[in-house]
Design a binder for this molecule. Structure first.
Ligand code: SF4
Length: 281
């Protein structure tokens, strides 16, 4: 997965102050951004265009997805970037020169070596122990018992979920049972659209700062996260878990639809049984 950032003076400053690990805006580009934003409206327009150009370049280079950063409030801006990408997608090679800042060791946004060498974990330092693996078997058994729509009791769960939904009591199930179990076990964030079964029963919401549901972003270093270098990449952990039980080949086999944000902070159990989550037919 590649990264694209909506560059504004604020986000450029944040990057250069080290708030976005691994990101740095070259001086020439920084000055250009400050100039462009002297008129905020046209500054935003140019920033959207620049983000879209970088997005299509990454797509053209073969990236399977992009993470769009620097936008926290407005989905309209995300939409504008995506629309612009669609318009210019075919001519992505024409924009390559715009991202050359004149220094062969300078990258548009990610530096060549984001984290100082001494801070990086050494290869082979990922420890595997019993506690890393045992929740997998436990949660898989629970999942097969309660979250298999072909299971014998599936009809009963569906009826119960329907009743809770109808009587506006689904929150009670979430507070009394779902949260107390899933928070300590999975650091569940209550997204309401559970995807742990795709990540070897690790939570992609709490485990990955990019919330990836379709495999690793490609930025991890020796198995550690590029955003939080002290943390193991959740996908590396998932792979190790599955390898441990001879199921590594199953990882990433199926495409996982995007998370349904409208279900945030609702009961993922009820949502699953009522067919409201990403697994709905
Ligand atoms: S994927 Fe969502 S529901 Fe499942 S454990 Fe993570 S935050 Fe909780």
């Amino acid at each position: 997965m590649g990264s694209v950032y909506l560059l504004s003076p604020r986000s450029a400053r944040a990057m250069n102050r080290g708030r976005v690990p691994g990101a740095h805006v070259p001086d020439k580009l920084f000055d250009q951004v400050i100039k462009e934003w002297s008129q905020p409206r046209s500054g935003l327009k140019i920033a959207i265009d620049r983000a879209a150009k970088l997005g299509v370049i990454l797509k053209g280079l073969g990236y399977k997805g992009i993470h769009i950063g620097g936008i926290h409030r407005s989905f309209t801006t995300v939409g504008a970037i995506l629309d612009r990408m669609e318009e210019i997608e075919d001519s992505w090679e024409d924009f390559l020169g715009e991202f050359n800042m004149g220094n062969s060791r300078t990258y548009y946004y990610l530096s060549n070596d984001p984290v100082p060498e001494e801070k990086l974990p050494l290869p082979g330092r990922i420890k595997e122990n019993f506690t890393e693996h045992y929740p997998h078997a436990l949660l898989k058994t629970a999942h097969n018992l309660f979250f298999d729509k072909t299971a014998r009791l599936a009809k009963v769960y569906r009826k119960l979920a329907g009743f809770l939904e109808k009587t506006n009591k689904a929150w009670l199930l979430k507070r009394m049972l779902e949260d107390p179990l899933k928070k300590p076990l999975l650091s569940c964030q209550g997204c309401g659209d559970c995807a742990i079964q795709h990540t070897a029963f690790l939570c992609p919401e709490s485990g990955c700062p990019k919330y990836t549901r379709n495999g690793a972003c490609g930025g991890s270093y020796h198995g550690f996260c590029e955003v939080h270098p002290e943390r193991k990449c959740v996908w590396v952990r998932a792979h190790k878990r599955l390898k441990h039980c001879g199921m590594a080949h199953t990882l990433g086999k199926a495409f996982v639809p995007p998370r349904m944000w409208e279900l945030n902070q609702t009961s993922s159990w009820v949502n699953f049984h009522l067919g409201k989550d990403h697994q709905k037919p």
